[in-house]
Design a protein around this ligand. Structure first.
Ligand SMILES: [Mg+2]
Length: 121
């Protein structure tokens, strides 16, 4: 069973993702509400999650910075970005920094699952 760590500053978004993922056979390895906590949580998790979903706009450390720090710590980490409409420039930066894919809010379950499946392989 593949495990996913969910990172978003909005509790509602985390809940939605968790719901979609757990109903489709994934385990949630952990959650974080900002980039700083996400990096710390990723470092602490053992085993590492198969995938991290990273919101872009978050307090303390944004999703792009968190992605860079997670990838620096573990180059094999797989991350999918969650972006809002109009964040194309950020999404391109994230892909360049090693993100596997992105999901645009509001989430559609099919699209979430497609991105997760594709990223985990
Ligand atoms: Mg946010």
């Amino acid at each position: 069973m593949s495990s996913v760590m969910i990172v978003d500053d909005a509790a509602f978004m985390r809940m939605m993702l968790k719901d979609i993922l757990t109903k489709n056979g994934y385990t949630v390895a952990g959650e974080a509400e900002d980039g700083e906590k996400a990096v710390a949580k990723y470092k602490e998790l053992n085993p590492k999650p198969d995938l991290v979903t990273l919101d872009i706009t978050m307090p303390n450390l944004d999703g792009i910075e968190a992605l860079k720090q997670i990838k620096a710590f573990d180059p094999s980490a797989k991350c999918v970005m969650c972006s809002a409409m109009g964040q194309q420039a950020m999404v391109i930066q994230a892909i360049q920094a090693g993100a596997k894919d992105f999901i645009v809010k509001p989430f559609q379950a099919d699209r979430v699952l497609e991105a997760v499946k594709k990223a985990i392989g």
